[in-house]
Ligand binder design. Sequence first.
Ligand code: AMP
Ligand code: MG
Length: 402
Amino acid sequence: MIPLQEAQDYVLGKVPKLPAEDLEITSACSHVIAKAVTSGELVPPFDNTAVDGYAVRAADTDGASGNNEVSLEVIGTVPAGSQPNFEIQGGQSAKIMTGAPLPRGADAVVMVEWTNSSDDGRTVHISRGVEQGAHIRRAGEDLQPGDQVISEGTLLTPAHIGLLAGIGVYQVSAVRRPVVGIFSTGDELVEGTQALAPGQIRDSNRFSLMALLERDGFETVNLGLIHDDKGAIESTIREGVDICDVLLTTGGVSMGDYDYVKVVLNEMGDMRWMQIAIKPAKPFAFGMVQDVPVFGLPGNPVSSMVSYLLLAKPSLYKMMGRKNVFPDHLSGIAADDFHRRADGKTHFVRAFLHQENHQTFLSPVWKQGSHQLSGMAEADTLAIIPDGEGSPKGSPVEFFRI
Ligand code: AMP
Ligand code: MG
């Protein structure tokens, strides 16, 4: 057995970063940007008001209060999107709407809540004084021309997409995200609603893995369910490496007699077969077939998902240019005993989180078998229980979210 980290280092050392492509910003979120973006504009483009109210000269409002209102002449109205053609002189003001340009001469805005307009709208009575600059958003306060808006290697979030649109940049260069082909193997597997013949089970891994891939932002190619047949496995892999950036297989990587995936991959690529010191998901294979990374995930349904989370997903993240490829390890408190025996492995125990008094507690789910997907479905977390006798109730437990 090898430590998990050795397997992760090995795989991450082999997978390539994919090239960049031009993307419309409407489809660029969750991509890693390949070229820094610099603003060519001032944001905001002009001094404007942050509130609805009256543009004034601050000095005119000195000492204004509820008992001592200041009255100013209202010489116009400035809606958002307009350009005022007047200048505020001493004793004057203009009604102004949020986002509208500040008229020349004004140096502050009084919120509408602190004002009373005369019936004819020609005078405003102000009940609170304002400082110079009050409620004004200055031109370039957010961005100046030449400011770097997004640095190379940034993972684009919705705020970045809005930021780009806000400076009129609608296309970016971003690292391509891998297209992932997936097939399951095993003579016992069937897909469909037909009654199961003796010895058969339904293929579940291909579906849980495609769902994981899609949730994590990867395009999938469903290469189907392949029986334990050398020729079929070989032609599926040939097709897969032609049209995909990565292949995932499930099943046939352990020590069984009919594990033809192993035979075929050994013939076609440079494979490494590993026994990793973890439970579940001990067997794992990785290699390159014609420069396409191939992940041989174990067949047990929970194992295939855990293997994906620990090994395939970080690799896919690296290929799409992400810097932080591993899930954050967090800490909680065991709400029950996390029992185990020493066996040289790190255990990833299916668990769920709950909060009490601002503290995070973890409870193990009941069904911990690597074939028991219902236990995995109940879990939102994998608790990381190091080799030894387990973590008793009340002790700290490390975990990551599934
Ligand atoms: P294998 O790695 O092929 O020896 O499979 C290990 C276990 O996982 C066996 O019990 C298989 O029947 C089961 N298994 C393999 N592939 C799948 C799959 N796609 N869906 C559900 N169970 C599977
Ligand atoms: Mg099998």
